[in-house]
Design a protein around this ligand. Structure first.
Ligand code: PEP
Ligand code: MG
Length: 364
């Protein structure tokens, strides 16, 4: 079996030598990042930061949602900052010398809000015990106020960053501090800051400006230069259509084919289990769900357009993909042909992406 392992290794090396695209992995914590590296990933193409706000930190997030004053909001953000910094220190350490694209917060809001049933039970129990439950009542009100009919199309990504002052700058500060700390111990952090769900260049301009200011400030505090790229996801049709304008304010694009598929087709990602979807598959409207294999005629066409416009506006712009299709063999061939610089996929799909990318290059 040692021979077999050596043969597989040699085969991977041929493929790696042939391919033009880099292969990165999607990883949200140091453990996944280390696994990605062992699988041969050449960086983290998508570090989602949503999970970093759940678990033990939920209470802080609840405080943030409830904050009535700037002071209360800033206190919650200040408490989250060192936790976020440690998250990033771990990932930068695991990927030392390789790029890590950190995406600023993009939660569908409903996943963040406390569950109404759970909250109602908490209120009822407190009431029965004659305990105070003022905060839970306020939380319940907030949940009602923030409720959305279509959360996947609601207050997410850059919209959240623009609506909640200080949220994105807290994250960028955490990234900057983590990078500065790694530099201090001789590490080679290579973060890239990525803004999600951008539809218009104005959204990006505001966040980009704020981010660059924070990088400069933290750099001065630590006495180091933190000159890191700021880029955007292209995951809405409008972003793809206006890719030229957007590229003037972005050092890189990463195509989010999950949201792009949702918005091009007008199918909610949450509804892929719905009956109409299975009927479509049964009737052969599409052979495979467009969420599984890239819809080359629709989503693919927008990607080609954005690649062309993006490169025209900013030659040398770095282009990648980090949606689920990044690890799908047929889609990898498309991305090679469309001229992307890298694909990013789940760590377990990295070997397949390396091989397919090598095959695509060998085919010319
Ligand atoms: C995407 O939309 O393709 C993407 C990678 O982001 P997420 O799945 O987190 O929305
Ligand atoms: Mg997305």
């Amino acid at each position: 079996s040692d021979d077999l392992v050596r043969a597989v290794h040699r085969f991977m090396q041929y493929s790696d030598a042939a391919r033009r695209m880099n292969v990165r992995a999607n990883a949200d914590n140091a453990e996944d990042a280390a696994r990605a590296r062992r699988m041969g990933a050449q960086g983290v193409g998508l570090c989602r930061t949503e999970h970093m706000f759940l678990g033990d930190r939920r209470q802080l997030v609840e405080r943030l949602i409830l904050a009535d004053t700037d002071k209360e909001r800033d206190e919650s953000l200040a408490a989250l900052l060192p936790m976020q910094r440690d998250d990033f220190v771990g990932i930068f350490e695991a990927m030392d010398g390789l790029p890590v694209t950190v995406r600023l917060l993009d939660p569908p809001l409903h996943e963040f809000l406390p569950d109404v049933t759970e909250l109602s039970v908490r209120v009822a129990v407190a009431e029965a015990r004659g305990e105070k439950h003022e905060n839970d009542l306020r939380l319940l009100q907030a949940v009602h106020r923030l409720h959305e009919q279509n959360p996947m199309l609601g207050l997410r990504g850059v919209r959240l960053g623009l609506v909640v002052p200080g949220l994105f700058t807290m994250q960028v500060r955490a990234i900057a501090q983590a990078a500065a700390e790694r530099l201090r111990v001789g590490g080679r952090p290579c973060p890239e800051i990525m803004i999600p769900l951008v539809g218009t260049v104005q959204e990006l301009e505001i966040i980009r400006e704020e981010s660059l200011n924070v990088l400069r400030e933290v750099g001065e505090e630590y006495g180091v230069t933190l000159d890191y790229p700021v880029g955007t996801m292209i995951e809405l049709p409008r972003a793809a259509l206006t890719a030229g304008q957007i590229a003037e304010n972005a050092e890189f694009f990463s195509f989010g084919t999950n949201d792009l598929t949702q918005t091009v087709w007008g199918f909610s990602r949450d509804d892929v289990e719905a009956s109409f979807f299975s009927a479509y598959l049964e009737k052969g409207v599409f052979g495979v769900s467009p969420f599984e294999s890239l819809d080359v005629d629709g989503v693919g066409r927008l990607i080609r357009l954005a690649v062309e416009e993006g490169r025209r506006a900013r030659p040398g712009i770095k282009l990648g993909v980090c949606g689920e299709h990044g690890g799908d063999p047929a889609s990898v061939h498309f991305f090679h042909e469309a001229g992307l610089d890298y694909v990013s996929c789940s760590p377990f799909r990295v070997p397949v992406a390396r091989l397919e990318s090598g095959r695509a290059a060998a085919r010319g």
